[in-house]
Design a binder for this molecule. Structure first.
Ligand code: FAD
Ligand code: SF4
Ligand code: SF4
Ligand code: SF4
Length: 371
């Protein structure tokens, strides 16, 4: 049976660990507690003595192919960018959400709508706790969802956080957690995180059985900022990080300053800051989510939305008829939806090609080392 030991050899050592947290999430939720996440978001053995060699951390890892075909089958995945039932461009009708959101505030609005109507009991999101710090957030109230609107670089281990709640739920605090009733939780995450959740669901293991909806963000990469890199970007683009109001990532990175000015920085400028494993990642558009969201292909202040499952389609349709969402006006741009889809497909294809090339290079380097 392969275990976390093998993940260290096969995934971590070659630098392929996405830090999605999938392995730690399961081990924590089931109360084995052998694994933990270090300060850099990297999984490691916390207490190896607790490992019972169940092998499930290995199976759920998105870098391991064991469950790939099953996950694709369950998602009705098809090439090149997964199942797509509908593509559109939308934004929230709520001004408060709009002001706080990354793009069109669609993700936050849908979560608010679902919790308001009692369709979900909570949502796993990310919350900013400093200019470059974020933490996973399990929201159970509308103001918490609103608080977590916006964009944060780096991976947040929301599922790991949920696992900690889950443990509490499964043992001493069962009655109070039962009262909280967190059995219908929406999960917001990057493609690698959604993939890990889907693998857990394919195996039917905790805590993924309580995740009822996966809202996936598009992702060209995640970045690790150090002071030197931050200074370099600010110097070249001509701004101060203290003056930054928000950041959008589309074809390029758009930095909005508090004084209303905008600075556009090519994504390539952030390449050296990209987390190493992101160079090997194939999924741009959260191909296994119920609904996927991004800024690319949409004009500023709007979100490109890909509906991928019947559940996702129902949620978008309900939100539209409840006037929670506004759809882009086709009088302004009749081909807005196909334009958005083309841009998403183009970015997905570029990411996949780059990843394949990088994997080829990695493989040839490994062969050289072995030889
Ligand atoms: C690391 C990263 C890279 C991205 N790269 C691209 C890209 O290349 N191209 C593109 O078109 N779009 C990209 N996006 C998606 C885009 O930034 C927006 O999140 C998306 O358009 C939804 O906008 P919105 O206004 O509808 O969402 P909002 O209403 O602002 O809601 C966003 C939700 O995402 C959650 N969230 C924010 N950051 C994280 C995180 N790091 N991990 C988990 N959850 C998080 C928030 O808590 C919130 O619930 C990226 C997002 C992230 C987090
Ligand atoms: S107990 Fe299972 S999930 Fe935890 S580290 Fe060991 S093999 Fe992995
Ligand atoms: S499951 Fe995720 S965090 Fe764990 S080893 Fe695999 S990629 Fe890394
Ligand atoms: S590029 Fe995005 S989805 Fe891929 S590993 Fe990096 S953070 Fe995860």
């Amino acid at each position: 049976m392969k275990t976390f030991f093998n993940l260290i050899q096969e995934v971590q050592k070659p630098g392929l660990c996405h830090r999605c947290g999938g392995c730690v999430t399961f081990c924590t939720a089931i109360n084995y507690g052998a694994l933990e996440i270090d300060d850099d978001g990297k999984p490691k053995y916390g207490d190896p003595e607790k490992c019972i060699e169940c092998g499930l951390c290995y199976a759920v890892c998105p870098e391991i192919n064991e469950l790939e075909e099953e996950v694709k089958r369950q998602a009705n995945w098809s090439a090149p960018t997964g199942r797509i039932l509908d593509a559109t461009v939308a934004r929230t009708t709520d001004r408060i959400v709009y002001e706080r959101a990354t793009d069109g505030g669609v993700v936050t609005s849908l979560l608010l709508y679902l919790i308001d109507r009692g369709k979900i009991d909570g949502a796993i999101t990310a919350k900013q706790i400093g200019p470059f710090q974020r933490k996973p957030f399990l929201c159970t109230k509308k103001d918490e969802i609103l608080e977590s609107a916006g964009f944060f670089f780096d991976t947040v281990h929301g599922m790991k956080r949920f696992s900690e709640y889950y443990i509490t739920y499964s043992t001493e605090e069962l009655p109070s957690m039962m009262k909280k009733g967190l059995h219908r939780v929406a999960f917001v995450g990057t493609p690698c995180q959604i993939n890990a959740v889907r693998r857990m669901q394919a195996l039917g293991i905790v805590p993924s059985d309580d995740i009822v909806l996966c809202l996936g963000l598009f992702c060209s990469g995640n970045f690790v900022f150090n002071d030197k890199a931050k200074k370099k970007i600010a110097d070249v683009a001509g701004f101060k990080w203290d003056d930054v109001k928000k950041i959008n990532i589309k074809e390029s990175i758009i930095i909005h300053l508090k004084n209303g000015e905008k600075k556009t920085v090519p994504v390539e400028m952030f390449d050296s800051l990209k987390r190493y494993a992101c160079n090997y990642c194939m999924d741009y558009s959260s191909e296994f989510a119920d609904i996927s969201f991004g800024g690319i292909g949409a004009v500023e202040g709007w979100t490109s939305v890909l509906t991928r499952t019947p559940l996702g389609r129902t949620i978008i349709a309900d939100a539209k008829s409840a006037d929670i969402l506004e759809i882009f006006d086709y009088h302004i741009k009749p081909d807005f939806a196909s334009y958005s889809l083309d841009k998403i497909r183009e970015a997905s294809s570029q990411k996949r090609t780059a990843s394949r090339n990088n994997r080829r290079k990695l493989l040839s380097r490994s062969v050289e080392v072995i030889g």
